[in-house]
Design a protein around this ligand. Structure first.
Ligand code: GLY
Length: 311
């Protein structure tokens, strides 16, 4: 049994471990861990306190996958609810669908009495106002009828932005894998923009026959490359976690893909974990026997050629 997350998952690692200790499934562990991160108002890339889109709305994306049967639940552009990862899991459980977006996702969340939340904290709101003023050159009251949000989004994105987002992978006592991701997405994004986090095969994938993987970073790149599914299939074909992750990272060399900055986590059914990133960094692991999560180094794979940063 093991849980793996990015470093911003530190405050959810013990909740995830405790779920496994209590006999819970890998899905329970992933959901429990991510829920803690979604409540952290200081993390501006996930849940409460997440930076909003260009209109000042916090739109959340999340997805979760069960490696035992490849069941999936996902939501995107969800506003006003505290735990998109739990709403995503309920999509998996209660509906004949795998993915809800926007108004439909919000209606479903209300119908299942999911916890509501005013996600735009004063700090995040001020950061948005500063961004509009300094970079986009527009006042908030002009936005509802502004004819050219495209230009405003490009202006707002005018410096390098590391992706945030939280990803968890888990392997439970029954040998089942789970992958889950939750995010407020790219700060100052065009309304309705969806990244890789809720897209099965891009931001996350879990399959007991091969392994689990999840991505954080510039989601447009992971969507185009189908990164998480690539890793899982390579594992199924017999590659090690080190080989599968490295090959998937190399596959991110997409012409014109924006900056190809992606962090990747990989876990196989034997509990072998690995982390990869386009810049140096760490990831976390914890097992039921451990008191504290252990920090491990990610393998650095340089930014792909032909990529460029936001400018
Ligand atoms: N990887 C998160 C996003 O692009 O929204």
């Amino acid at each position: 049994m093991i849980v793996v997350s990015g470093v911003t998952g530190r405050l959810g690692m013990k909740a995830a471990r405790d779920a496994l200790r209590a006999g819970g499934s890998a899905l329970d562990a992933v959901e429990a861990g991510i829920r803690q991160v979604e409540l952290n108002a200081q993390d501006h890339s996930v849940g409460l306190g997440g930076y909003p889109n260009i209109l000042g709305e916090v739109q959340l994306d999340a997805g979760i996958m069960d490696g035992s049967n490849r069941a999936v639940g996902a939501v995107a552009a969800l506003r006003g609810f505290a735990h998109p990862i739990s709403v995503a899991r309920q999509v998996m459980i209660r509906l004949p669908h795998v993915f809800l977006v926007g108004a439909g996702a919000e209606r479903f969340a209300a119908e299942i009495a999911a916890e509501r939340s005013d996600l735009l904290t004063p700090e995040a709101k001020q950061a948005w106002l500063d961004r509009l003023n300094q970079y986009a050159g527009v006042r908030p009251e002009e936005l509802p009828t502004h004819p050219d949000l495209v230009t405003l989004v490009w202006r707002a994105l005018n410096e390098r932005q590391r992706g945030g987002t939280i990803d968890f992978l888990a392997l439970d006592a029954a040998g089942n894998l789970c992958a889950g991701v939750s995010t407020s997405g790219c700060a100052w994004k065009y309304p309705g923009r969806v990244g890789d986090s809720p897209i099965c095969g891009a931001g996350y994938y879990a399959d007991n026959r091969g392994g689990a993987a999840a991505c954080t970073g510039v989601g447009e790149v992971a969507i185009r490359a189908g990164t998480a599914r690539t890793v899982s299939l390579l594992l199924q074909l017999g590659y090690s976690v080190a080989e599968a992750g490295a090959r998937a990272m190399q596959d991110l060399a997409l012409p014109g893909a924006g900056r190809g900055s992606i962090d990747l986590l990989v876990l196989d059914p034997q509990g072998h974990a690995a982390g990869f990133a386009t810049d140096p960094g760490q990831f976390l692991v914890i097992t039921p026997e451990m008191d504290e999560p252990e920090e491990r180094e990610r393998v650095t794979v340089s930014a792909p050629p032909n990529s460029r940063e936001y400018e």
